[in-house]
Design a protein around this ligand. Sequence first.
Ligand code: URA
Length: 256
Amino acid sequence: MEKMYHIDLDDAMIEGAQVVLMPGDPFRVEHIAKEIASRFGGETQKLAWHREYCTYLARTGDRNFLVTSTGIGGPSTAIAIEELAKIGVRTFVRVGTTGAIQDHLEIGDVVITTGAVRLDGASKDYAPVEYPAVADHNVVSALIEGSRAAGIAYHVGITASSDTFYPGEERSDTYSGYVLRRLKGSTDEWSSLNVLNFEMEAATLFTMTSCLGLKGGCITAVINVRGIQGESVTRDALEIGESNLIKASVAALEFL
Ligand code: URA
């Protein structure tokens, strides 16, 4: 088999790994792979880094795991899922950061998403809007068990996946400061409908994995609580969130 065009991997390179953890940020990949090796034993190897797609293999003795970054948003995530599925990966777990829109969530808590509001565009190329963007229930259970095992506070529920960080998440601290009429009040509306958080990839991942017969999950760490911190994200919040996220998601691998 030839190497996949974007991710620069072929089936032999991944040595039978069927589960991938998928952060958005390529610079988070090595850190996650090392946490897998430190928790389960074994070693890590950098396999490829092309554009936003950085991949490490973690060999733990009895199982191999992949960690591949998606970049930000649905379109780049869809490419990663397509190409990884073609070389044999079957379980896709997004491991990211998020802005909470419920005040009872705190910085550093994790959100385990059961279903995503499809505010993205990419998922519409895979299934009509009536098709639900839902996680695989076994992956949800494993993420819950992993968060418990790692001692990280977690919340389970619905996430809204937008295509833009700024207007799509109703931020007005932008160049123009303008938010379209149809997006004004959208945060309050999703919050009233018991949506927990905003992020940018879960809807694409869940729609694709469900309609392609694959398994999908999503765990994100809260780095901003919109009703409390407003629109901005601080470096400290990011550090706490990333640390908890990595501990909980890696602990979940034991239950997958
Ligand atoms: N990711 C998002 O999409 N929104 C946030 O507020 C934080 C991370």
